[in-house]
Design a protein around this ligand. Structure first.
Ligand SMILES: Cc1ncc(COP(=O)(O)O)c(C=O)c1O
Length: 385
């Protein structure tokens, strides 16, 4: 991918120095209609999809739909041979309405509503993820005899968005869960884990697989034989100073899975890594203010209608599209009346005017899907180009 310092023409007169994906900003520059809008670049999406799907024949890629559920994005990924991971009936029905066949759909959510379990079974998906005794007991009544993957707790160091508090079981618990699954008539099929989202340590999956190997081997002493490994998502987008190198992560996964010669099914389920860098969110300045000597810039997009992930430490790059000149430091905020609607501080931008556009990137993942209509604010339209 082309992330580097470059000079690009913004309009006939303006030039600027940016560290951004040149293609995406060019696309944003050409877009002048209603904001906020999330522009998804299908060429970037296809390139990233090809990196995952073509990497190793032994590894099947399932896109985590929660990251961006736009039907055109899903259709494009389906066309690239990618499978899908769903967490709700709504995600499932979108895929089915696009003609995605059930053998390309999995689910990995450790906590599932009974109606969702039934919906998955009705299309023939009979494998679920568990990380607690309670969920196993629930499955025993709603999906008797089903296959289960056990979600193992792994080190989430290096991830901006850790996922290890709400989900996953320790190694000892995982072995107990496998035995409990057998006792309740379920079929323990293997392990899954998540290294945390926006994981910038390419070797996190290798470390997790070392922990998984100990559990994989230990269950054999209890007459349980696993055959499936799902190594989750976590692949980063180009937030802040991160230059994603999926090949390094995938290389280390491929190397590590050689320790599992009896694993017949190996899966990755990237969300952010597949769609994040393909999206640029375009918003407009709706107001400005000076408070205690600090300059504030208010955009028509903020925490409640697209940039929710800033509350967990995800940082974006802000690029002026219509105006340039000497830069100031701005506190950038969203348009709502809530004081937690502040998206970034110390952002360097020129002295923008009301109505000027700002490109926010990379924004393909966890933006439009998180947006609410709080305050009656517009949610970003998704435009695939
Ligand atoms: C079960 C599961 N799989 C995959 C993903 C995708 O993670 P990421 O977007 O970090 O790749 C998530 C994200 O929450 C998840 O919960």
């Amino acid at each position: 991918m082309g992330y580097f310092l470059l000079r690009i023409p913004k309009n006939p007169e303006l030039m600027t120095t940016l560290r951004v994906d040149d293609n995406l900003i060019q696309i944003a520059l050409n877009h002048s209609s209603a904001t906020p809008v999330l522009i998804m670049d299908m060429a970037t999406l296809k390139r990233t999809a090809a990196t995952f799907s073509g990497y190793a024949p032994a590894i099947a890629t399932y896109y985590a739909v929660k990251a961006n559920a736009d039907p055109f994005v899903l259709r494009t990924l389906a066309g690239e041979g990618i499978g899908f991971e769903v967490a709700s009936e709504a995600e499932l029905s979108t895929l089915l309405s696009l003609g995605v066949s059930s053998d390309r759909i999995i689910t990995s959510n450790p906590i599932k509503a009974p109606a969702f379990i039934s919906a998955m079974r009705s299309i023939g998906v009979d494998r679920f993820v568990v990380d607690s005794i309670d969920e196993i007991d629930k499955l025993a009544s709603y999906a008797p005899g089903c296959h289960v993957l056990l979600r193992l707790a792994v080190d989430n160091t290096g991830s901006t968005w850790p996922l290890d508090e709400k989900f996953a079981a320790t190694a000892v618990e995982t072995i107990e869960l496998a035995m409990h699954a057998v006792q309740t008539g379920l079929q323990p099929a293997g392990l899954t884990f998540h290294v945390g989202s926006q994981c910038t340590n390419p070797f996190a999956w290798a470390t997790a697989l070392r922990d998984a190997k100990a559990v994989w081997d230990e269950v054999k002493n209890h007459e349980i034989k696993f055959d499936t490994l799902n190594v989750g998502g976590g692949f980063p987008a180009a937030h802040h100073d991160v230059h994603p190198d999926y090949e390094q992560s995938l290389d280390s996964i491929v190397e590590s899975i050689s320790a599992f010669p009896d694993a017949s099914t190996i899966e990755v389920e990237p969300g952010r890594g597949l769609v994040g860098d393909a999206g640029v969110l375009v918003g407009r300045v709706v107001g400005k203010a000076t408070r205690s000597g600090n300059r504030w810039l208010y955009l028509d997009v903020g925490v409640f209608n697209g940039l929710m992930e800033v509350v967990g430490g995800i940082e974006y790059q802000y690029t002026s599209l219509d105006h340039e000149g000497p830069e100031n430091e701005w506190t950038v905020a969203g348009p709502s009346c809530d004081s937690m609607d502040i998206v970034a501080r110390e952002v360097r931008l020129p002295d923008l005017a009301v109505g000027d556009r700002v490109a926010i990137s990379p924004a393909g993942a966890y933006t439009s899907v998180y947006a609410s209509s709080f305050n009656g604010l517009a949610q970003p339209r998704v435009l695939c180009v």
